[in-house]
Design a binder for this molecule. Structure first.
Ligand code: ASP
Length: 357
């Protein structure tokens, strides 16, 4: 008799279930797919950085602060408009970075820092989270907007990374804006090179008057970057820099290295880094954040914290990142005194920050 009751109950469940999936969920009481989908925070979103470093309120004049804020806002609004009008995250990243590259305020394009030899050698990279295609250029001296070159490498060449003279030849073939190398001369960047050299030679001579001031420390930083999520759910990231003041021997930092300075994957997030490149390369910062999300299922915020507040400082490096995940969550994490940064969401809410708090 008992057996008969069980049989009836079982048949009742089977008939009551419309399909196999429903039956499965009734038996196992697993959460339905709907329950486990995290909500989309923003349909589209964008974030930018203009470098991290010893950026302290007490060292900043009101005019300088206002100039940085205005340029960050101008740049992010360009990208935000593209996204709002249904444009691609790649276009938003490229066009936003162009504004920062054309400004002497940042260590990218026009405001690039000087090498030990008194030249300007620029690096950039871009990545498409949808296809995992990527492009990068390193050590160029005559390409006005290296982020455009990085994108051309990605879209118009069979390669991922071009360097030096070859990269410049390719840029010419692609009709990109070529400038005389004197275009990159700015007086304050040249003075930074002089102070760093002066400090280094005094240090070598064990001269006690060698003074390591924050300006010298800051000469490592000032890169620009942008990450974006578009209305089609595609993520993109880009980074552009002049590298580090006084760099030698064709030194290349993290900015043009996919996985270190830039990474984007539609399954996880888009990241752009800024900081002491040698450490960001060794920590594979941008990819590591994506991999933590991918393999460990942690949030973007948790992954960024782990890498920027633990992994990089434990190696001895400093800097920060901006990132956006596939749900439109934005994170701007740094372990330095400040990071020039801005973000905008799909409601048009703008945030601009320079210092820690
Ligand atoms: N990461 C850059 C580099 O090492 C510098 C920076 O971010 O300012 O070349």
């Amino acid at each position: 008799m008992n057996k008969l009751i069980y049989l009836f109950a079982f048949c009742f469940i089977i008939i009551g279930c419309k399909n196999k999936e429903e039956l499965q969920s009734t038996i196992t009481k697993k959460p339905t797919e709907k329950d486990s989908i995290p909500t989309q925070v923003n349909e589209f979103a964008i974030a930018i950085h203009g470098g991290a470093g010893t950026i302290l309120r007490e060292n900043m004049s009101p005019e300088k602060e206002a100039a940085y804020i205005a340029k960050l806002e101008e740049a992010i609004r360009i990208g935000h408009n593209i996204l709002k009008n249904g444009g691609s995250s790649l276009d938003a990243v490229e066009k936003t970075i162009n504004i920062l590259e054309d400004s002497p305020l940042f260590n990218a394009g026009k405001g690039a820092v000087f090498t030990n030899a008194g030249t300007n050698e620029l690096d950039a990279s871009i990545m498409d989270g949808k296809t995992l295609n990527a492009g990068a250029s390193a050590g160029t001296k005559t390409v006005r907007n290296p982020i455009n070159l990085a994108r051309a490498v990605m879209e118009k060449s069979p390669h991922v990374m071009l360097s030096g003279f070859g990269a410049e030849t390719f840029a010419q073939e692609q009709d990109l804006k070529i400038v005389d190398s004197s275009y990159f001369y700015t007086e304050n960047r040249y003075q930074s090179l002089k102070s760093v050299k002066d400090y280094e030679s005094k240090k070598q001579a064990e001269d006690k008057t060698a003074f390591y001031d924050p300006i010298i420390k800051d000469s490592k930083f000032g890169t620009v970057g942008c990450v974006a999520l578009d209305k089609n759910g595609n993520l993109a990231a880009g980074t552009s820099t002049g590298g580090m003041t006084n760099k030698r021997w064709g030194r290349i930092g993290d900015a043009p290295i996919i996985g270190a300075g830039t990474y984007a994957n539609n399954n996880t997030c888009a990241v752009s880094s800024t900081g002491w490149g040698e450490f960001f390369i060794r920590a594979m910062v941008a990819y590591d954040i994506s991999a933590l999300m991918d393999y460990k299922g942690v949030t973007l915020q948790e992954a960024a914290k782990e890498v920027i507040q633990k992994k990089v400082p434990e190696l001895g490096g400093d800097g920060g990142i901006i990132a956006v995940d596939k749900h439109g969550n934005i994170t701007m994490e740094f372990n330095t005194a400040g990071m020039y940064r801005a973000s905008m969401n799909d409601k048009g809410e703008l945030y601009v920050g320079i210092y820690k708090n």
